[in-house]
Design a protein around this ligand. Structure first.
Ligand code: CA
Length: 194
């Protein structure tokens, strides 16, 4: 009898822990606000692609919904090292909130399908392009990867007046690079959620 009770208590604890983990997961998900999921061709209209970069919606490497954006960056002739994607001004505000102060982190799921890791730069601007900050990032090859940029690490820009984000290569690429990008989201900070 005593042993049965112990087993029951043990099970209750395990089940209780299970619920706790699920609750935490749900809470974490609730704190992330979806910015872009790239589900249909029209979703590309809010973005600019330049210096030879091309984008398409494909049902591959999706981490949110059914599709992701396939971004192809051509091998570089060194005439333009800024091939990539991004959005500014009205396009920016159609995708992102202008005020990033309630958020702690920008997340973006990326699958780098090329043979090598790729070094990229992410540039942010605020206050009608007068303030800017560039962060270097390295995208590993051949595995699901989540790019995470903490808003507190975005220096020298006014987080309450954001109006530009661009992700581009800052190097010559010997071969074309293919990235699948999905589930761009902003995570609410604990302070902002209270
Ligand atoms: Ca998606």
């Amino acid at each position: 009898m005593k042993r049965t009770l112990s087993v029951l208590i043990f099970l209750a604890v395990v089940v209780g822990m299970g619920f706790t983990a699920d609750d935490k997961k749900a809470a974490d998900k609730g704190k992330a606000e979806l910015v872009a999921s790239f589900e249909e061709d029209g979703d590309l209209d809010s973005w600019d692609f330049n210096a030879g970069a091309e984008a398409a919606i494909e049902a591959k490497h999706a981490t949110e919904g059914k599709s992701a954006m396939k971004l192809t960056i051509p091998e570089n002739s060194s005439t333009d090292k800024y091939a990539g994607f991004g959005c500014a001004d009205q396009k920016f505000t159609s995708v992102f909130p202008e005020d990033w102060t309630p958020y702690s982190e920008l997340l973006m799921d990326i699958f780098n399908e090329s043979e090598t890791p790729v070094a990229m730069r992410v540039k942010f601007k605020s206050d009608t392009h007068t303030k800017q900050f560039t962060k270097d990032v390295n995208i590993p090859k051949g595995k699901p990867y989540t790019l995470k940029i903490k808003t507190k690490d975005i220096k020298n820009v006014n987080l309450s007046a954001m109006m530009y984000m661009k992700m581009f290569i800052g190097q010559d690429l010997p071969v074309a690079t293919v990235l699948y990008i999905d589930n761009i989201r902003l995570v609410k900070s604990d302070a902002g959620a209270k």
